[in-house]
Write a protein that binds this ligand. Structure first.
Ligand code: GLN
Length: 543
């Protein structure tokens, strides 16, 4: 029988419900099989068509689902490889309800929010729990308590607790304790008010985690416990930390395991977190003390205004930092500025390594190509991701193969040398939502290549999100001029990895996939590991 843990948020958004949910999962994962579901209130069926500037990175699952960034946390922390069904949006729920209504499945009844919509939500929870054979299902409710758009989810989880029994459902509320300037005092009132809102709808949290810039005083903890009806030992501080990877250890230190065990009658093995905690501490120390070796890696793209646009890329770099004992300082480089006249050498000044990440459209594209040319010629370690591979191929074609106007047809449909073209299967696609080549695909890696060495295998499975590919008509000329096509799709048509030989460049690798999506603290993405290692060697020598 599955136990359920529901995570809600109060007072303000952006407190880190996703990280909290994932951290609880991390604590449980060594002892219990965990799955997670994210409930979003918006009406998009999925976030695939949303601008990353508005909503952060679009995270892609193995099965090709484009979903919320929080699934990145679930994967990185709990190792939960979610499927499409785990990303609930109100758009998805209403679509299902309206489809059923049209098919006449409600048998002449009035279709209502309660019970029809809430039943639809609950049935999905039960189905996920069953399909994943989960001992524990974590349910994260997006938004803040009091928002109109998550009200139906809250009613559904109230009913869930009623159906499953209070020993099987635990509510964790993430709140905020501000310390106003000049007052110097931890204020519990916002937490009390958000708790009132929850109580009004019939939800009584079992644990409260309060985000705060310092640890809650005993006095404030007791006050929150009293006013919010929870055990004194079940009020925790979500203290500001230099790395989110410290959160599971923080919760553990404050006794969260005891609360979990008591509430849900579980037995948790605390040893499961040791390796994680030590890597997390190392990463945090590297970041803070500034004494260790530091390298700078530039992410050269156009969605640089919002850090979250490249969330997984940044996380993957931090994973390498902890495992390679080097502080990685991430710099966002806006390649559009290069197009407006900034010198490439100035844009990449001081960088020990360069990433050109995924992206869409012409803005910043020529700037990316210039950065790659510079990195290739000046032997700066380089990793290209998806659009970054496409840009690297165009750069190579222009500057090494004499194909002066080589381009992607996404950027210039009239180019003579159409190096990057729509994949055949994409030619008749009209709908924009969920129609790219999405999800996990295999690549066969060339024997002796850099990537085969990094993956320690002759194949790799990475997640994808693209419509364009390297035009097969140009494979021969690229190869002839010395570009190594080091990973190909099993049918040998699609270029998945490229590289320059080690004697030509310290690290020049690109992939059509998004390896950042599967990077973990305990197992960094191989191509990122290779980049950071090369950058470290460039900065500090081989030892
Ligand atoms: N725009 C490119 C394509 O669709 C690259 C996509 C990406 O980087 N995710 O193929």
């Amino acid at each position: 029988m599955t136990k359920f843990i529901v995570v809600t948020g109060g007072v303000i958004s952006g407190l880190g419900k996703g990280v909290l949910t994932a951290s609880i999962g991390k604590i449980l994962a060594p002892s219990y099989k965990c799955a997670a579901v994210k409930c979003d209130g918006y009406l998009n069926v999925d976030p695939g068509t949303m601008n990353p500037i508005e909503h952060g990175e679009v995270y892609v699952l193995d099965d090709g689902t484009e979903c919320d960034m929080d699934f990145g946390h679930y994967y990185r922390f709990m190792g939960f490889s979610a499927k499409k069904s785990s990303n609930l949006t109100m758009g998805k729920i209403f679509q299902a309800i309206l489809d059923k209504e049209r098919k006449g499945e409600f048998l002449g009844k009035t279709v209502q929010y309660v019970p029809h919509v809430t039943d639809e939500i609950k049935q999905r929870f039960y189905k996920i729990a069953k399909d994943e054979a989960a001992d524990v299902l974590l349910i994260e409710i997006g938004g803040t308590v009091g928002d109109l758009e998550n009200g139906l989810y809250l009613e559904a989880v109230r009913e869930l607790a009623w159906e499953q029994g209070r020993d099987n459902v635990m509510f964790v509320h993430l709140s905020y304790v501000p310390i106003p300037t000049g007052v110097h005092e931890q204020k519990s009132k916002p937490t009390q008010l958000s708790m009132k809102l929850l109580n009004e709808i019939g939800i009584w949290p079992d644990a409260i985690v309060c985000r705060c810039s310092e640890y809650l005083t005993e006095k404030v903890k007791n006050k929150i416990a009293l006013f919010c009806n929870v055990d004194e030992g079940s009020v925790f501080t979500g203290v500001d930390v230099s790395s989110v990877y410290l959160i599971p250890g923080e919760l553990e230190k404050q006794g969260f395991i005891k609360t979990l065990e008591k509430k849900l009658h579980l037995k948790i093995n605390p040893a499961g977190l040791e390796k994680w905690n030590s890597l997390a501490r190392k990463m945090a120390e590297l970041k803070c003390d500034g004494k260790g070796k530091t390298i700078s890696i530039g992410i050269c793209g156009k969605y640089t205004a919002l850090g979250d646009s490249y969330a997984s890329v940044v996380e993957a770099l931090y994973h390498c930092s902890a495992n390679l004992d080097v502080n990685v300082c991430v710099k966002m480089i806006d390649t559009e500025e290069i197009e407006k006249g900034k010198k490439v050498s100035d844009a990449v000044k001081g960088l020990d390594g360069v990433i050109v990440p995924g992206g869409f459209g012409t803005r910043g594209w020529e700037g990316k190509i210039k950065v790659i040319e510079y990195a290739r010629k000046k032997e700066i370690p380089f990793l290209g991701i998806c659009l970054g591979l496409q840009a690297a191929v165009c750069e190579f074609a222009r500057n090494e193969c004499g194909l002066l106007d080589a381009n992607s047809t996404e950027m210039n449909p009239d180019a003579n040398a159409k190096l990057i073209t729509l994949m055949d299967e994409q030619r008749n696609v009209v709908d924009k939502g969920g129609t790219m080549r999405l999800g996990s695909y295999e690549a066969n890696l060339a024997k002796g290549s850099i990537v085969a060495g990094l993956y320690k295998a002759d194949n790799a499975f990475e997640r994808h999100r693209h419509r364009y590919e390297v035009n097969p008509n140009y494979h021969a000329v690229l190869l002839e001029k010395g570009l190594v096509l080091s990973g190909m799709s099993p049918n040998k048509t699609l270029v998945e990895f490229i590289e320059l030989p080690k004697n030509k460049h310290p690290y020049f690798v690109a992939t059509q996939a998004h390896p950042e999506l599967k990077s973990k603290l305990e197992a960094p993405a191989p191509t990122f590991y290779g980049l950071v290692k090369a950058a470290k060697e460039k900065a500090f020598g081989k030892k």
